[in-house]
Design a protein around this ligand. Structure first.
Ligand SMILES: [Ca+2]
Ligand SMILES: [Ca+2]
Length: 252
């Protein structure tokens, strides 16, 4: 995040939340986590919440694989440094993750065009997948950092541009969840998220957190039931038939 360090430290000192409030938030989060684990579809991404490695705030440049499950990348002609940010760094100024304790600021220190690309994950050609992610726009202390736009790429091809209009006028983090559906084209897929190079997107803070990819539908054609499935279906049809015959006998 790009701002004056001394001012940040002073503001942090003034605005540090009480420990009691933090504990309440943590307990609430833990409850949600347990619920989510029981009901959520399998996330094909590793570390989509950017909780690893634990940091306070650390910058990583293009080519770095220090963020578990991701490689830092940059669009041609753009910035190529991102920041991994913990709530402990600028939380007192309102800069927080949407999930867990950490998020990625795609603008790094200052700039547009840097991003993170996921490691390849296993996919099936023809299956449908949903990628979901939270885009953060920030009002930091007394300063608006403006709107935040993320460019999504699937296997290196641009798949969409997603803008979160900053809706805050006081210190805080405004996250908007976006979802994009795509069809698998092969056995391996990656997704990448960049700070937009559009001047309508902030060059000071574009948050990314809570990234997930799930399969939402299997391949739509060429699906043949397994032999065991056929056997179950035949047994089922037979049972239905004998049941119908029995009812007819009773009626007669
Ligand atoms: Ca997170
Ligand atoms: Ca918004």
């Amino acid at each position: 995040m790009g701002y004056d360090t001394d001012q940040m430290i002073r503001s942090c000192e003034m605005n540090t939340p009480s420990l009691g409030r933090l504990a309440a938030v943590a307990a609430f989060g833990a409850g949600l986590g347990a619920f989510g684990a029981a009901s959520a579809a399998t996330n094909l991404l590793t570390n989509g919440g950017f909780e690893q490695p634990p940091v306070t705030v650390t910058d990583y440049s293009a080519g770095s694989t220090a963020i578990t499950g991701f490689t830092v990348v940059g669009l041609p002609g753009g910035d190529s440094t991102v920041s991994l940010v913990n709530n402990s760094a600028f939380g007192g100024l309102g800069v927080l993750s949407s999930e867990g304790a950490q998020f990625v600021d795609l603008t790094g220190n200052v700039g547009r065009g840097a991003g993170v690309r996921s490691d390849n994950f296993a996919t099936q050609a023809g299956a449908t997948y949903a990628v979901t992610f939270d885009v953060g726009a920030f009002f930091v202390g007394t300063t608006s950092f403006g709107n935040a736009t993320v460019e999504l790429f699937v296997n290196g091809v641009q798949a969409g541009s997603f803008q979160n209009i900053l809706s805050l006028s006081t210190a805080g983090s405004d996250y908007q969840t976006f979802s994009h559906s795509f069809i698998g084209t092969g056995a391996a897929t990656n997704v990448a998220f960049y700070a937009s190079q559009s001047v309508t997107s902030s060059n000071l803070g574009v948050g990314l957190d809570n990234v997930g990819v799930t399969m939402t539908a299997p391949p739509s054609s060429g699906v043949v039931p397994e032999p065991a499935t056929w056997a179950m279906m035949i047994i089922g049809f037979g049972a239905a038939g004998s049941s119908i015959r029995r009812r007819k006998l009773v009626v007669a």
